[in-house]
Design a protein around this ligand. Structure first.
Ligand code: NAP
Length: 246
């Protein structure tokens, strides 16, 4: 999984799983674009990652806004002249049982988690087709396959990502562009730390491996799919969930 000198964009790259992916890729020699809703957080992460001796660029964007996304890709092309890998990782939750779920909470989650992947992939594919090379890896979730009470918006957005992944994979396979997804299970991050302890303990019982996943478990699977060596894997979902869903 040599990613030396690859130019890699990670959305939501300032913290959590996105940051771990960026750090993992930097260790493998990739140059990183850290794109996040908070420019100052992206800048801080980019600065810290550049200590690994790779080039970094911080971009502030809201993945659900087409103007932001177009401007970010323009900046990347100006700075690096190409883009080899795009990791669509930015995502949010706004949980609630469907009877209590507000329409704006549905819209916000679908907009950032699903439309964001559409907008970033569209810009990426435009450039990758010209390069005749590209890797897109989308971060889905185990709940896309299992459902989860209280997460109608989130699980629908993640299931949407799976369909989107397979469709873009079919559309551009012949142009050297692969599109895959990683579906994490329960990974220890700020997003999951916010859950009440009784729910965390309940979830642990459903994981055959017996522990929560780490951000590195996800990052290693993403690096595998993003590697130039893996041109014959496309339209696939790798499940990183400790056996929680098989
Ligand atoms: P996280 O810690 O909340 O990190 C998400 C990052 O995305 C944050 O830096 C956040 O910025 C940024 N972001 C939010 N909205 C954005 C937007 N509109 N445009 C650009 N950036 C935005 O989440 P995480 O746990 O690392 O999750 C990362 C991905 O993995 C998500 O897609 C999530 O659904 C998926 N996932 C996570 C788990 C898990 O167990 N943690 C399991 C399955 C799937 P702010 O912090 O400033 O809002």
């Amino acid at each position: 999984m040599d990613l030396k000198d690859q130019v890699v964009l990670v959305t939501g790259g300032a913290r959590g799983i996105g940051r771990a992916i960026a750090e993992n890729f930097a260790k493998r020699g990739a140059h990183l674009v850290i794109a996040d809703i908070s420019l100052s957080s992206a800048e801080e992460t980019a600065r810290e990652i550049s200590a690994a001796g790779v080039r970094t660029l911080a971009v502030g964007l809201d993945v659900s806004k087409s103007n932001d996304v177009a401007a970010a890709f323009e900046k990347i092309m100006k700075d690096f002249g190409r883009i080899d890998v795009v990791i669509n990782n930015a995502g949010i939750t706004k949980d609630g049982l469907i009877l209590r779920m507000k329409e704006e909470d549905w819209d916000a989650v679908i907009s950032i988690n699903l439309k964001g992947v559409f907008l970033c992939s569209k810009e990426a594919v435009k450039l990758m087709v010209k390069q005749r090379y590209g890797r897109i890896v989308n971060i889905a979730s185990v709940v896309a396959f299992m459902g989860n009470p209280g997460q109608a918006n989130y699980s629908a957005s993640k299931a949407g990502i799976v369909g989107l992944t397979k469709t873009i994979a079919k559309e551009y396979a012949s142009r050297g562009v692969t599109v895959n997804a990683v579906a994490p299970g329960f990974i220890a991050t700020a997003m999951t730390d916010a859950l009440p302890d009784n729910i965390r303990q309940e979830m642990l019982k459903s994981i055959p491996v017996g522990t929560f996943g780490t951000v590195d478990d996800v990052a290693n699977a993403v690096a595998f799919l993003a590697s130039p060596d893996n041109g014959y894997i496309t339209g696939q979902v790798i499940h990183v969930n400790g056996g929680m869903y098989m």
